[in-house]
Structure formats: structure tokens, C-alpha cells
Design a binder for this molecule. Structure first.
Ligand SMILES: [Zn+2]
Length: 268
């Protein structure tokens, strides 16, 4: 069982928690508390009776009756790589994604291309995520700058080492979108990385350039812009049919309507 997060020392993290509580109350009528878990620890969901994979999702809603006996309530589970230490950038970044979901930002889904769907959905929110981190939570811009530089550097190291060598079209697309995401930040000056990419991985370079163009052609700070980015990029990169739009909290809404009827654990 994780740690129930009540308050933290860092002002930006605390602000993120307060807004999360406020927004869940506004949308669902009750505050969703936050619990911290070790990345390697499974999170047991009392509603679905499944162990949610901590290493896959850094943040997810789960249902627990461990905290309040006999009552199955929704919590936000945050899995930490350096449990129980909270990384200010990672923490506020993930909470920002969740808050955008509460505010109506959408995600794209596909029955097979789940990884590409996740990358595009994240990318479609990142401008707004950075904006919330910087202007709403007040995350120190040095923290954001350092993280952005680190991601771009990692990108270049991978290119230099020739580690980026996707074997098929799907991996090529995934790698390209991850690179576009690493380069897309208000703090990134990515000309050098693009030049390197053009020399070493011309096919990936084309996809990355396309993705960056689509990002620049949409107002990524609005819900409409984020949605239109998703439609545009799916078309531009010819990602085929069967894509749908949804919201991070669709499942939560469905469960919330049933959870009240859940029997007490002793009656199971
Ligand atoms: Zn993200």
C-alpha cells in the first residue's frame, strides 16, 4: 500500500495538489486524494480486482477501500521512480496532464496502435502542460529548462550512438514521435538536433519535421487546437482508420456511476 499524500514542502507541487483537489471536486463532486507508490510496486484496484501496472502508467485513477474501510473510493495513484522522493518536474507534469483531462482535453485511441495513441495524446497536451507548470503551479523555470535540455541531449546521444535504428514502420513512427516530443518545448532550441537527425536518420527526420510543422500550425494552448493537432497529425502521417477521441476520465465516470453500489468487502 502506498503513502497517502497530504502535503508537500515544494510550493509548486502543493499548488498542483490543491488545484487537482479543486478540479476533482468540481467535476466529480468529491476530492480525489493522491497516493504515492513505488514504481516497482503493483497498485491493486479494489473495483476491477486487478493489479494496475505501475511501470506502464505514472499516474492513474484506482479504487481502494484500504484507506477508508468498507468504502471503495477513487484515488490518484502516482508511481515514483525514486519512491518516496518526488521529482518536482515529473510530479507537476503528470498532475498537469490529469488536470487538463478534467478540463475537457481529449486523447486519441486506437484498438491496435496503443503506443502511438499514447504518444500523440501526450504530445497534443504538452504545450498546455508546460504552461500550467510554469504559470499556474509556478514551477521554477530553471527546473523546466534543465529537464528540456536533458531530454534533447538524450535525444542527441541516442542519435550519435546510432541507437535509433527502428526495424519496422510502427517503431519508426514511435521513435519519430518521441523525438518530436523531446524537441517540442518552449525551452528547446532544436536546430542542432534536427541537423544531426537529417544526416543520420533521414526518414525519421521527415516524420519529425512533419510533426513539428503540425504543432506549429495549431494553437496548442487551447482544447480546440489540441484536438485539431491530433486530427491533422493522423492525416499528415497517414496513420490509417479506426482512430477515436476520448477523455482520460471516461472510465472513471463509468465506474463512478456504479461504485456506489459496490458491496462492502466483508460481504464479497
Ligand atoms: Zn507528458
Amino acid at each position: 500500500m502506498g503513502i497517502l499524500l497530504t502535503s508537500v514542502d515544494n510550493i509548486a507541487c502543493q499548488k498542483a495538489i490543491d488545484i487537482w483537489h479543486h478540479e476533482t471536486k468540481r467535476v466529480f463532486g468529491s476530492q480525489f486524494q493522491i497516493q504515492l507508490f513505488d514504481k516497482n510496486e503493483g497498485v491493486f484496484d479494489g473495483f476491477t480486482d486487478k493489479v494496475l501496472n505501475g511501470s506502464f502508467a505514472r499516474m492513474q485513477i484506482y479504487y481502494s477501500n484500504d484507506v477508508v474501510p468498507n468504502i471503495c473510493e477513487p484515488y490518484l495513484a502516482i508511481t515514483l521512480a525514486e519512491y518516496p522522493q518526488i521529482d518536482v518536474n515529473d510530479f507537476t507534469h503528470e498532475v498537469a496532464h490529469m488536470i487538463l483531462g478534467l478540463r475537457g482535453y481529449q486523447v486519441v485511441r486506437h484498438p491496435i496502435e496503443k503506443k502511438i495513441a499514447t504518444i500523440i495524446s501526450s504530445l497534443s497536451q504538452h504545450a498546455a502542460v508546460y504552461d500550467l507548470q510554469q504559470h499556474l503551479f509556478g514551477v521554477d523555470s530553471d527546473v523546466l529548462y534543465t529537464t528540456s535540455k536533458f531530454r534533447e541531449k538524450l535525444c542527441r546521444i541516442n542519435l550519435s550512438a546510432n541507437a535509433v535504428c527502428p526495424q519496422d514502420k510502427v517503431s519508426e513512427m514511435e521513435v519519430s514521435l518521441v523525438i518530436a516530443d523531446s524537441l517540442y518545448s518552449p525551452f528547446s532550441k532544436y536546430a542542432k538536433t534536427l541537423t544531426l537527425l537529417k544526416e543520420r536518420q533521414p526518414r525519421i527526420y521527415l516524420i519529425v519535421s512533419d510533426a513539428l510543422d503540425v504543432l506549429q500550425n495549431n494553437d496548442m494552448l487551447t482544447i480546440e487546437g489540441s484536438r485539431s493537432f491530433c486530427s491533422d497529425i493522423l492525416r499528415q502521417l497517414k496513420l490509417g482508420p479506426n482512430w477515436t477521441f476520448g477523455n482520460t476520465f471516461d472510465e472513471t465516470r463509468r465506474i463512478m456511476s456504479e461504485v456506489k453500489e459496490l458491496p462492502a468487502p466483508s460481504a464479497k
